[in-house]
Structure formats: C-alpha cells, structure tokens
Design a binder for this molecule. Structure first.
Ligand SMILES: [Zn+2]
Length: 254
C-alpha cells in the first residue's frame, strides 16, 4: 500500500540536511513523497534581489526533490515572516489537504530560527484543522483524519539555550548518504551565502558530520533523528517506524 508522506520545513535545504536519507528510503519503497518549503529562501543571499534568489532556490529545491521522485511545492511565505495566524494556518491546511498525507514530517518546535519554530506550530495545527469540514481553506478536500506527525531535529540537536533535544529514534541512512549529498549539493546558491553569513565553507561536510553525529546516538554510522508528536488526538501508533522497520534504532533518551 502506498503511503503519502508530506515533509515540510521552512527553507529550501532544511529537509535535505535533516531528512533526505529517510525520504530517499521511503521513496524507494514506493511511497508518495511531497517536499514542501514555507519560503523560497528569499533572504538567503547577499548578491541577488528577493525575486531572483527565490526563483533560483525554487529550482534548486525542485531538482533535489526530483532526485527521489518527490513533488516539490513552496507555500510562498517570505523569510522571517512566518507567523502562526489565521490566514497562515488556512494556507498550510490547504497545502496539506492537497497533499492528503498519511504521515507529516516537520521542523522542531524549538530551534535556532524563528521560521523553523513558526513552521512547526503551523504544521502541527494544520494537521488538527485539515480533517475539520467546517474549517475553510480552499477547494482541496478535507483529510480523512489527523495524520501521524513527526518533528525533525533542531539545528545542532539543541534548543535555544543549548540544551540537548534527544530524538525518540534514529533512522539508519547510510545506504542513502551519497544521494543525500547530491540532493544538498543541488542547493548551489546556499554554499556561497553560508560562507558569507554563517562563516561556513563546508556545506556538504557539515551535513555529513551532523548525520554521523546523529547516527552515533543510535549506534550506527549515519542517522536522522525523529520525535513523534503523540499529544491527544494525534495518532500515537508508530506508523513511520513500522514503514522503516529494521532501519529504526531507539535512542537512550526515548
Ligand atoms: Zn531553515
């Protein structure tokens, strides 16, 4: 049975860093993947105007998604302008109703970037709203039920005060590391920007090191971390874990 998975994060490249290995695996299993970003990354540049960089980054994200046969959509918010308000919640609910996901992966509720945190709460609330027939969002059909919801790791696995955020489980992505690197490498515009703004001149190597660090938590070479949102009335059964089977390693903090 084909399972529909919606992975939605704030900016182009976030999902490639945090979840590409898992998504590659799910795609190879024959599941349907939608990769969504809230913005087109319009502030991730010191060289181009917002419209130019957005067009470049939409194309980079589309190419990365294409590598695993995923569909790419952009919710067309602007960088540093994502808020959990009424129109934004309806916009994300509509996006979700179009994707009709069984499983949703999104950003951590605590993270270094305000867009990541706002995305997390909007997606959480859209999962709740999407099956409610009287909640108007557009033309897309309501969801049959609340999808299974998972949070990805925050940047460096830490909250804003530097405390460790431990995932419930780690997914073994060793088999997909070369593909994960190629997906991230499609975000060419970000290499230059991260050198200038973040003082980071090794985009791919930093991602690889991070994936290695996460793997260590699960006693494996390369991994990606997940926390399942199990608050009532969200589904509590381990749907994603069951799909991934032996690739799932528990962490000591679970
Ligand atoms: Zn981001």
């Amino acid at each position: 049975m084909t399972v529909r998975i919606l992975a939605i994060h704030a900016h182009p490249d976030d999902l490639e860093i945090l979840a590409a290995g898992t998504l590659a695996h799910l795609s190879r299993q024959g599941h349907s993947i939608t990769i969504a970003t809230m913005t087109a990354g319009d502030c991730g540049t010191a060289e181009y105007d917002a419209e130019t960089i957005s067009a470049m980054r939409r194309e980079e994200a589309r190419r990365a998604a294409e590598m695993i046969g995923a569909t790419y959509v952009c919710a067309e918010f602007r960088d540093l302008a994502i808020f959990n308000d009424d129109p934004s919640r309806r916009r994300i609910t509509e996006l979700m109703r179009r994707a009709q996901p069984d499983i949703v992966l999104t950003s951590s509720p605590v993270d270094y970037h305000c867009d990541h945190e706002a995305t997390s709460s909007l997606v959480r609330d859209a999962c709740f709203a999407a099956p409610a027939p009287n909640y108007q969002s557009g033309d897309a059909p309501v969801l049959g039920r609340i999808p299974h919801l998972y949070f990805l790791d925050p940047d460096e696995g830490r909250d804003r005060e530097g405390r460790t955020v431990t995932p419930d489980f780690i997914v073994d992505v060793a088999e997909h590391m070369e593909l994960k690197k190629r997906m991230l490498a499609s975000h060419e515009s970000q290499r230059t920007w991260l050198q200038k703004h973040h003082g980071m001149d090794n985009y791919i190597e930093t991602m690889e090191q991070w994936t290695r660090d996460r793997g260590r938590l699960g006693g494996i070479t390369y991994g990606e971390g997940y926390r399942q949102y199990r608050c009532h009335p969200y589904p509590q059964t381990p749907r994603l874990q069951e799909l991934l089977g032996p690739l799932v390693r528990n962490t000591s903090g679970a």
